[in-house]
Design a binder for this molecule. Structure first.
Ligand code: ZN
Length: 252
């Protein structure tokens, strides 16, 4: 079984389309939250995601953009984008956002796999260090936990109470795609971030996603170029803060 992993699309339709075009064949998809917020195509992005019939988890921007949360904790740029998004969204798309489940989410078809936006303990916690990863791994018991929220593609592994940072190896299975491959060790537990589709923050401006292949016992991490200029143009035309367009170029 192959599972397509998408996270933090952030209303970037150009990036999402590039990822879906580049993705290898898959049996099911998951979207780990923050489908909207920041980007200029919230309705189109939600509709594209909904058409995948994915396993879903909500993100903090999803909550903010549908009014489930006030914007006090957001910086002014994020709050401006959330309010703009709320005004743009159609009624059905607002209702879809409001109905998204909080993580952790499990799914009968994927035993031993856990889906969260932030961490298994708290949907708003950022797993951005070995210490945070160790706390999350100590708290849960899933063999594989997929998370988003940090917009940083990568892997933490856990064995005998110690966190490791395995380096996925370059993979040629995907032809000219820039994929790296992590072989899963049954003795270890993993926290894996597929990367952000719509606003990468790891200094690589290409859109990120991943694929879990249970038959091959591996996770492949992908980076694909997309039409950044078009996404930036839409942000500026919408009157959103220009920094949201600039950061796409820098991948941070
Ligand atoms: Zn996000």
């Amino acid at each position: 079984m192959r599972l397509l992993l998408l996270s933090d699309v952030h209303a970037n339709l150009e990036a999402l389309e590039s990822c879906l075009n580049a993705a290898p064949e898959y049996d099911a998809a998951v979207c780990l939250g923050d489908t909207v917020g920041y980007g200029a195509s919230p309705n189109e992005t939600i509709e594209r995601v909904r058409a995948l019939h994915p396993i879903l988890v909500r993100g903090n921007h999803d909550r903010a953009c549908c009014g489930l949360e006030d914007l006090d904790l957001f910086n002014s740029v994020a709050a401006t984008a959330a309010l703009w998004t709320r005004q743009q969204l159609s009624r059905p798309n607002l209702d879809w956002l409001r109905a998204l489940p909080a993580g952790p989410v499990a799914h009968a078809q994927w035993p031993g796999v856990c889906f969260v936006h932030g961490s298994p303990e708290d949907e708003d916690i950022y797993i951005a260090s070995d210490i945070a990863a160790a706390e999350a791994l100590r708290a849960g018991n899933a063999a594989l936990t997929f998370f988003g929220h940090t917009h940083i593609q990568g892997v933490f592994a856990w064995q005998d109470g110690t966190v490791e940072n395995p380096t996925p190896m370059p993979s040629r299975i995907a032809g000219r795609l820039h994929a790296t491959c992590l072989k899963l060790d049954a003795k270890k537990r993993y926290l894996i971030n597929p990367g952000s589709v719509g606003q990468p923050r790891d200094r690589d401006r290409r859109a990120g996603f991943a694929l879990l292949d249970t038959a091959r016992h591996e996770v492949r991490l992908y980076r694909v170029p997309y039409d950044i200029q078009r996404a930036q143009q839409r942000i500026l035309e919408a009157g959103l803060p220009s920094v949201l367009a600039l950061r796409l170029d820098e991948g941070r």
